[in-house]
Design a protein around this ligand. Structure first.
Ligand SMILES: Cc1cc2nc3c(=O)[nH]c(=O)nc-3n(C[C@H](O)[C@H](O)[C@H](O)COP(=O)(O)OP(=O)(O)OC[C@H]3O[C@@H](n4cnc5c(N)ncnc54)[C@H](O)[C@@H]3O)c2cc1C
Length: 457
């Protein structure tokens, strides 16, 4: 019997545990994580696509630290990016939670440098962006880098190991709900965990499981948008005037033809493009190391689409498009922007006779226009031309586009402002899997918020 059970040791689950142990040191807390401890985590994909054994529990996404472990560790310190927490509480409250969580990262060893705090520099870049009909979102960034991110998470694991029960390599299988109140969870090893409060933070990787469990318990869900797009890779010098000052620029554009929102996401100066394995589907992402650098910068261009009635399957829609790219390319497709405009596929020869060397070497040169719907494709092309005005060279024929990058924000759970499920008492859900957040700092902040609510109750 525990006071609180937490499912998922991503940032949302870890920060919930940190806050509970601070506020209620006497409580018995269990943290259930289906992946390995941090020191045992390994992602073969990072050694090359052909090395990926398609682990049943994806090494990149599962284990202590969740999807954040091998991530770039960019903490975007603003309520306007990386999640929807402002839908549940005031902006001021979200700011306070972000500042608090950021301080916890510092306490556990994060670097103290923050990019993008000079408002004079920001205003000048904002002005250039406005002239190109782009909106620059102010988003200061603390950049840990992948190696340091692992150290910080290891420090948190060592700290919590002494305070709570951590179960690794075991998954939550079934929620126990009686008379409208959560009582605990049955694990996939047959064990039962009884707990007064349960926090579910399974990340995007566990979103399907969460949806199924919530459907069984008649917990309401609402459609979230699905973001589909490409990862753009270009010479680091093209964005250097911006990245050297802001590190990451969050730019939003409304495509002239369709009026859809297109945004830059997860910009990695001197970084590398990586492949992600989502339930057997290969998708693309990017990161950068603190020390090891490449000649290229990469970022995602995502087109947001929220479906209206009667369609209710945004995840399946995104998966379908990603599968199509996998079907054609045997994994990730890469195409030069010039080839896309000329209506021809890229070939290994064309990629080789370019000024940019791809950092994701396993991607298959191909034709993204066979995969991405016209609506999203045209919005991406229009955005590339807009970006070219503030970073000349972006719309170069050599610019590489990798597909598919897709963000499954999944169905969003119907939650109270305390992030408690509507319908099942004492059951809280948070982080990316609940559709509440989409980045490290807001996921962490959401964990703190839930922990405070529970402890106050
Ligand atoms: C390659 C990559 C780079 C990224 N870079 C950045 C970045 O630089 N900055 C940023 O802000 N964000 C980044 N992100 C996103 C960020 O990692 C996520 O937003 C964040 O990790 C979400 O936190 P979470 O706790 O909600 O879920 P997750 O981190 O996904 O953690 C969920 C955990 O729950 C576990 N789990 C799932 N189901 C179960 C179950 N049934 N039982 C037990 N355990 C379960 C999973 O194994 C996982 O460990 C990146 C993501 C990736 C993949």
């Amino acid at each position: 019997m525990y006071n609180a059970a937490i499912i998922g040791a991503g940032p949302a689950g870890i920060f919930a545990a940190l806050e509970i142990t601070k506020l209620r040191p006497d409580w018995k807390v269990v943290l259930i994580e289906k992946g390995h401890k941090i020191e045992k985590r390994k992602c073969f994909l990072r050694e090359g696509y052909d090395k990926c054994p398609r682990c049943r529990k994806c090494g990149l996404l599962c284990g202590w630290g969740g999807a954040g472990a091998f991530s770039d560790g960019k903490l975007t310190l603003t309520p306007d990016v990386g999640g929807n927490l402002v839908d549940y509480m005031s902006r001021e409250k979200v700011k306070e939670l972000i500042e608090y969580s950021d301080k916890l990262y510092l306490d556990f060893g994060a670097t103290d440098e923050v990019f993008g705090t000079d408002m004079k520099v920001f205003r000048e870049i904002e002005r250039q962006a406005s002239l190109a009909e782009l909106k620059l979102v102010h988003s200061p960034v603390r950049h840990l880098g992948t190696e340091r991110s692992l150290d910080v998470l290891k420090n948190m694991q060592d700290y919590l190991d002494k305070k709570i029960t951590i179960l690794n390599n075991v998954a939550a299988k079934t929620l126990i709900v009686e008379a409208g109140q959560v009582k605990g969870i049955v694990l996939d090893n047959g064990e039962t965990i009884c707990a007064e409060y349960t926090i579910i933070a399974p990340g995007r990787e566990g979103a399907d499981w969460l949806t199924q469990e919530f459907a069984k318990n008649k917990i309401g869900m609402v459609n979230n948008a699905v973001d589909i797009g490409v990862r753009v890779e270009l010479p680091a010098s093209v964005f250097e005037p911006i990245t050297s000052k802001l590190y990451e620029s969050k730019l939003v554009y409304y495509s002239p033809t369709f009026g859809d929102e297109v945004r830059t996401f997860c910009m990695n100066p001197n970084g590398e493009v990586v492949q992600e394995n989502y339930n057997g589907i290969s998708t693309v992402n990017g990161h950068s190391y603190a020390e090891k650098t490449t000649q290229n910068t990469n970022f995602a261009l995502l087109v947001s689409k929220k479906f209206t009635e009667p369609f209710k399957e945004p995840i399946q829609y995104g998966q379908h498009i990603a599968r199509l790219a996998n079907m054609l390319g045997g994994g990730i497709l890469v195409q030069r922007f010039g080839d896309l405009l000329e209506g021809r596929r890229s070939t290994p020869e064309r990629i080789n006779s370019s000024t940019i060397k791809p950092t994701l070497t396993c991607a298959t040169p191909g034709d993204l226009s066979l995969v991405i719907p016209y609506r999203q494709m045209l919005s991406i092309i229009e955005m590339l031309y807009a970006l070219d005005k503030i970073a000349p060279g972006t719309a170069s024929r050599y610019t590489l586009l990798y597909g598919i990058e897709v963000k499954f924000y999944s169905a969003r759970v119907k939650l109270t402002n305390e992030l408690e499920t509507e319908g099942v008492k004492n059951l809280f859900t948070t982080g990316d899997g609940a559709g509440v957040t989409r980045g490290l700092i807001q996921a962490s902040a959401s964990g703190v918020h839930v922990a405070r609510t529970i402890c106050a109750r």
